[in-house]
Design a binder for this molecule. Structure first.
Ligand code: ADP
Length: 616
């Protein structure tokens, strides 16, 4: 029994080759027989017929020679007879050596006997002519020789007929043979084609069946059914392949089980960690259903895991503000978002920095949202103490500062007496420093008010042109004094904005003050506003000193100023921090684009009044 696939394929090839060989050998054998038959037909019989005809011709000439001998010229007749005798014997020898047919030998012997008798009688005739004269010789010829002459000729004709018959028989058998060979070769060819097709069909199906089954099993495994095993139905190479495949799936199964086990163990570990983290944590799915929460969350929000799991967040926690924040964080395209909320738990108010992080699956679709509540109550309290302290100090500074500034102004005006140059210089220095201190105090008070949430915003719809004009107006003189070209081209097509007029004016004041501070003679300050993507973009652009790239974000932090040896520090470092807070309170953003030595552009966005946009 052949075991290998290679051996089986070779065997089929061998069978097919044998079939072809049988057809080929049979065809060759038949062709050989046919050629042999034609050979017999063409050569042997033809040779005998030709020889017989030549002998008839020779004996007929001999007969004429006898008549010449008798009646015309005896010596010429004798010579002619002898000559033809040689010819006759030559062809006789050919015939005698070419006996191929049954009865041919007897005919040849009869020819020999009859011819010998005829030749002997010619000698007798010669005797009679010389002894008894021509007329007796003629009688002898007519009565004796003539019958042998005719007899010999007849036997020769019989020989011809015998060979002709044989030729016909050979032709008939050759035709029969060729027809038979044709049918045999045709039959064998049809047999070879049918059996070759059947064998190859049968065996290819048989050999490919395990491959088909293996492919089916592979598909099932690919679909996730790791318990599938391929059937081993042959012991050949495909059988080996199936066996190796089964070993591989077993290994995969083991690997999957161990990986799953590891994952489960890791999951349990992280579950334990998450459950015991002191910050409240909750995980929701795409439909805001709670899929996981920890002990701290249960405690802070007064819920029990088994009662809220798989329930909607808002139904379980009942805090609409936080829920809205989570859904806005999911809707926005950022990965994490955070905001501080107050949460009332066990009759105690606490501040929580709510951090919302979204997790995506392998197809980049949102799968889970993790919400962490960082308790920042203590930080908030510290912040409040700090803010209150700064506010108190600033407030306490304000009254004496006002008196100092007033005093300095009075001294400066010389309303209390004339000052000498040195005294004037001291007074100027006092005035400058007190002004700076007053600005710092004002900025600090503003900032603490905003940060503590005490700042009150009066949102209304205004034309942005009116706000900008109101903010720019007081600076035209100052800019002109510094030889700076300050300009603003109002655009009346802009929609109304929904803002606190005073706060946005304050923002613009600050930005224009900065622009004037950091520009010099011949520079330009341009204020503009455009409407784009449902927002108004306001820009304060100057051609001043510019800001180094690494400061572009930092300048919006408190007390950050660009340290540059070429410029004396001329501010408090608080203005932009306040500006940023105010813009954020308007749901806008502010940023700066700048190039050193070329100038800076401060841009911020404002929300438009939706009704106004709809009307347009
Ligand atoms: P300050 O009272 O110091 O101006 P700000 O918060 O308003 O405080 O500005 C912070 C820093 O940003 C400034 O000290 C200055 O270095 C830089 N800055 C602000 N505006 C400009 C401007 N238009 N051109 C160049 N630098 C500027």
């Amino acid at each position: 029994m052949i075991k290998t696939l290679k051996g089986k394929i070779n065997l089929i090839y061998l069978v097919l080759v044998l079939l072809i060989a049988v057809v080929g050998i049979t065809a060759s054998f038949n062709l050989y027989n046919l050629s042999k038959a034609i050979d017999g037909l063409m050569i042997a019989n033809y040779k005998s017929i030709s020889a017989a005809n030549n002998m008839i011709d020779a004996i007929e000439r001999q007969d004429s020679a006898v008549l010449i001998y008798i009646s015309v010229d005896s010596s010429k007749g004798k010579a002619l007879f002898a000559d033809r005798n040689e010819e006759f014997l030559k062809w006789y020898n050919v015939t005698a050596n070419n006996i191929t047919e049954k009865g041919e030998k007897e005919l040849v012997l009869a020819i020999k006997a009859s011819y010998n008798n005829y030749v002997r009688l010619f000698f007798d005739l010669q005797e009679i002519r010389s002894r008894e004269g021509i007329s007796k010789a003629v009688d002898f010829y007519n009565n004796r020789m003539m019958s042998d002459f005719i007899n010999t000729k007849n036997i020769l004709k019989q020989l011809c007929i015998l060979n002709e018959k044989s030729m016909f028989n050979s032709k008939y058998s050759a035709t029969k043979n060729s027809n038979n060979s044709m049918y045999i070769v045709l039959g064998l060819s049809i047999f070879a084609i049918i059996s070759g097709y059947t064998i190859s069909r049968f065996f290819s199906n048989k050999f490919l069946m395990p491959v088909t089954m293996l492919t089916k099993t592979m598909r099932l495994i690919k679909a996730g059914d790791m318990n599938q095993q391929a059937n081993i139905i042959s012991r050949d190479e495909i059988g080996e392949l199936a066996e190796e495949f089964n070993n591989m799936t077993k290994r995969l199964q083991q690997y999957e089980q161990s990986t799953r086990g590891n994952i489960l163990a890791e999951e349990n570990k992280s579950n334990v960690i998450v459950k015991n983290i002191s910050d409240p944590i909750v995980v929701v799915d795409m439909n805001y259903r709670i899929v996981m929460l920890n002990h701290a969350f249960e405690k802070v929000f007064g819920v029990i895991e088994k009662n809220v799991i798989n329930k909607n967040f808002i139904g379980a926690v009942r805090n609409k503000e936080i829920f809205d924040f989570i859904s806005s964080a999911i809707d926005s395209d950022v990965d994490t978002k955070q905001k501080i909320f107050t949460v009332n738990s066990n009759k105690e108010y606490n501040f929580y920095n709510v951090v919302v992080a979204t997790a995506k699956d392998s197809n980049d679709n949102l799968s889970r949202t993790i919400v962490v509540f960082q308790n920042v109550t203590q930080l908030k309290e510290l912040e409040k103490i700090r803010t209150d302290f700064i506010a108190t100090i600033s407030h306490e500074f304000k009254t004496p500062l006002t008196s100092i500034i007033m005093g300095a102004d009075m001294l400066n005006d010389e309303s209390v007496g004339v000052l000498n140059e040195e005294q004037q210089q001291f007074v100027n220095a006092i005035k400058e420093d007190s002004d700076r201190l007053a600005k710092l105090v004002n900025d600090l008070l503003e900032l603490t008010r905003i940060e503590s949430g005490k700042a009150v915003y009066k949102f209304q719809k205004y034309s942005i042109n009116s706000i900008i004009e109101c903010a720019v107006q007081p600076f035209y003189n100052l800019a002109a004094q510094n030889s700076v070209y300050l300009h603003y081209e109002p655009d009346n097509s802009l929609p109304m904005v929904y803002v606190d007029f005073e706060k946005i004016t304050w923002v613009l004041n600050n930005l224009i003050t900065n622009a004037i501070k950091y520009t010099g003679s011949g520079d330009e300050i341009c204020i503009s506003a455009v409407y784009e993507s449902n927002k108004v973009y306001v820009t304060v652009k100057d051609t001043g000193t510019g800001i180094p790239e690494d400061y572009l974000e930092k300048i919006f932090e408190k007390y950050v100023q660009v340290r540059d040896s070429d410029f004396e520090v001329r501010g408090t470092g608080l203005g932009l921090a306040v500006v940023k807070e105010i813009i954020a309170a308007h749901n806008g953003v502010i940023w700066c684009e700048s190039k050193l030595g070329v100038g800076s552009s401060f841009k911020f966005t404002l929300e438009v009044d939706s009704f106004d946009v709809d009307e347009k």
